[in-house]
Write a protein that binds this ligand. Structure first.
Ligand SMILES: [Zn+2]
Length: 338
């Protein structure tokens, strides 16, 4: 006869009610379980090791490839070191990971606890991916050129994006307010724009970013949601740490944008306006989404001068000129593929 015990297991009883000896049966079952476990481990362990080994190889290859790519020298003005896109196509368009995931595992880096207010607002990722759109971007401002750029954008009724740096003067704060009030996007570029300093560690990056973030907030009331890495997301100074910094910023919900066109003004003596316009209009029509890198600083008068021809060129080719937002699918340099 059998009856159910509290665990739901059948329990065999003798006629006198005492339990049958089940020891041999249990031992046999234990042996069977041990064999099964050993077989599972025999399959799992090599599989896990293979996956880890492959991941390591991918990482090492990526780092090697990065080291080969980053042999250039920075721009003489400390500005962007533009790496021309090859073949006229976009650099890689990488889908960022979803935001808002805070790790709670034992390996959680301490820098995740720094600046607990430094998180982007929640937003949809990659929901804006229009065809024939051109995003004009101006780095290193604001400057005495900013009002001139704003006037031209206003004249053509187009929007643009300004990735600004740390100029903590009342005049700079006013220029930042002018950018925001005209409906353009303001994003973080850097406070110090000092490559060696900001790419020294994730903590150093966050210190600099937070300083600029607060400066923009205090001046404009806008909490910036997007940013641009000085030198681009992959450059000669951040090879050892770019993935960790980018990962931390994406974890905090911020979106960063590289570029797939440049007007070529990232040099100490910017070329004349016709040259800049020709650069920006190079391979017109070959990319459906274009982000143009330009610079906003006092020495960049020819950048302003070239702007109408660039806007007209893209408009006549059927492009709309818009401001970047966190929802725009980023154009970023592809991490080197293995
Ligand atoms: Zn810059």
């Amino acid at each position: 006869m059998t009856e159910r015990n509290t665990t739901g297991q059948p329990q065999v009883l003798k006629k006198d009610g005492s339990r049958l000896k089940k020891r041999p049966f249990r031992v046999e079952k234990l042996i069977q379980r041990a064999i099964t476990a050993a077989l599972v481990l025999a399959v799992l362990i090599p599989t896990v090791l293979a996956i880890e080994l492959e991941a390591s190889l991918v990482r090492i290859k990526a780092e090697l490839s990065q080291a080969q790519q980053s042999g250039g020298v920075p721009a003489a003005d400390g500005g962007e070191r533009y790496q021309a896109s090859t073949g006229g196509g976009d650099p890689g368009e990488r889908l960022p990971a979803p935001s808002g995931q805070r790790d709670s595992g034992p390996e959680r880096p301490a820098y995740q606890d720094l600046y607990p207010e430094l998180y982007a607002q929640s937003h949809e990722w990659n929901t804006v991916s229009k065809e024939k759109v051109c995003y004009l971007t101006f780095d290193d401002g604001p400057s005495a050129r900013t009002p001139e750029v704003l006037e031209i954008l206003e004249r053509y009724g187009v929007k643009a994006t300004f990735f600004v740096v740390g100029k903590d003067t009342e005049q700079s704060r006013q220029w930042m307010r002018d950018i925001v009030q005209a409906g353009h996007t303001i994003g973080v570029h850097s406070f110090t724009h000092n490559y060696r300093k900001i790419y020294d560690s994730v903590e150093a990056w966050l210190d600099d970013f937070a300083q600029e973030y607060r400066l923009i907030e205090a001046a404009t009331g806008v909490s910036p949601q997007i940013f641009r890495f000085p030198g681009g997301s992959i450059n000669a100074y951040n090879g050892h740490i770019y993935q960790e910094i980018a990962g931390e910023m994406v974890r905090r919900g911020f979106v960063y944008f590289d570029w797939n066109r440049s007007n070529g003004d990232a040099v100490r003596k910017p070329p004349a306006a016709p040259v800049l316009a020709r650069n920006a209009l190079d391979k017109l029509g070959t990319s459906s989404r274009v982000i143009i890198l330009m610079h906003d600083s006092r020495s960049h008068a020819s950048t302003v001068e070239a702007l109408p021809a660039i806007i007209e060129g893209y408009q006549s080719a059927g492009y709309s000129l818009e401001a970047l937002t966190p929802e725009v699918r980023p154009i970023v340099y592809a991490y080197p593929k293995p």
